[in-house]
Design a protein around this ligand. Sequence first.
Ligand code: SAM
Ligand code: ZN
Length: 489
Amino acid sequence: MEFKHKPVLLEETIEGLKIKEDGIYVDGTLGGAGHSKEILKRLSSKGLLIGIDRDEEALKAAKENLKEYTNVKYIHGNHDEIEEILQQQNIEKVDGILLDLGVSSYQLDERNRGFSYLGNNELDMRMDKSQQLTAKKVINSYSEEELANIIYEYGEERYSRQIARNICNARKEKEIQTTEELVKIIEKSIPAQAKKDGHPAKRTFQAIRIEVNNEIKPLYNTVRKCIELLKNGGRLCIITFHSLEDRAVKNAYVDAQGKCTCPKDLPYCVCGAKSEGKIINKKPIIATEEEQSENSRSKSAKLRIFEKKWYKKQKKEVSNMPRYQYETSPRKLEPEYVPVRKKTQKQNTKSTQKQTVKTKYQIQKEKKKVERKNHAKQIALVLVIFGMLLAVSYREIHIMEMFNNKKEMENQLALIQKENGQVEKDIKAEESKLDWNVIRQKASEELGMQEANKITVDLNKTDNVEKDERLIKEDNTSFIEKIIEKLIF
Ligand SMILES: C[S@@+](CC[C@H](N)C(=O)[O-])C[C@H]1O[C@@H](n2cnc3c(N)ncnc32)[C@H](O)[C@@H]1O
Ligand SMILES: [Zn+2]
């Protein structure tokens, strides 16, 4: 069968990827390579496209479609393992990644794949035929409650409980093997008036397909991984067809962008929110009316674009609205569905969320705290300077006092020395008097009183204080020696 699939949002996606001619691009949902061909047209021979699909038939069709291109690598694998796939190719980072999720028109139309509620085929629905879980296994082995939840959550089917109950009742008698058998059970479970809303089995078939191929649970983590694998400035474009897919992608983008809670007037983020890049379109891009009328598959398609960016300083987000038509009122999702993202968020963000989500009030509080600290520091500094000045002036005063004391002491010393000098003089005068008396006595003893009186004519003159002074001033020993000489010889 010919591979027929019309790529949705083609122009918007190619523009969203901002293709660099020498870049490395990954199409994680190669399919019939409708998008990939447009990417390859924009690549030089140095550029490279890695095409991943878990459906080998899709890979075959892609190879045929891209046979003129040599710079393509075809990989049979699951894009949830994109990191490992790129590692095997020795590729660390890429310039762009595209995920055009869900099934292709080809897969739906290929009746023997069991995706379609039209015709009568084996209940299969596997995109990768090597996997164990089939739709038949899900329908025949899951509990009634599990089936009801899957049909309700993935199929958004109001009559999920009745359908699940009827499946379980039917399989008690005989294993449900074909798509036709399942369609009949569904039709039986839905009231007549609800059947006007499209084919009654459409939603249940979608739900079973999502479960078989595990299309939603790993999606949040896959998106985060894809963002990690982008080079700076690299783009990630994801097209979803289911509200739960879109929610997982949106949540992953928002978390990767990081939530800045800084006041709006600050040019740079100061709240510590970490960002891996920015969401290019806040609202998903949807197909134009023209495309929707040409391709009914495009009606539920939503394109979200993310750009990887590392900022030295986290520059604040500036809204960058693309020129495409936006969905005006996104469908409200069932609140009770808990996708993988919630668990991951709990695990991953225990520490980071505390960091990232700060209220305006908290920021103001922190600012005031810093201001108070600075104020206290200034006061402490002034006190220290004042204390130092006090210490210096006290020392000055002390030195002055010491200086004055020294002067006074010197004066006193001088006075004492003067007094001491006087005392010395007095003592010497006394001594000289004594000496003189001894001399006179000696002279009178030796020479007799008369001779002694003759020699010492001027004794009368010297026998007074003046003489004593003369004795002190002059060399008294030599004077005494002269007199003794006179007296003796
Ligand atoms: C909507 S189609 C893609 C069509 C493609 N963009 C084109 O223009 O022809 C989705 C394709 O992705 C593949 N696919 C879905 N989930 C996948 C997964 N987890 N890993 C790899 N391929 C996947 C499907 O087998 C299918 O071929
Ligand atoms: Zn911030």
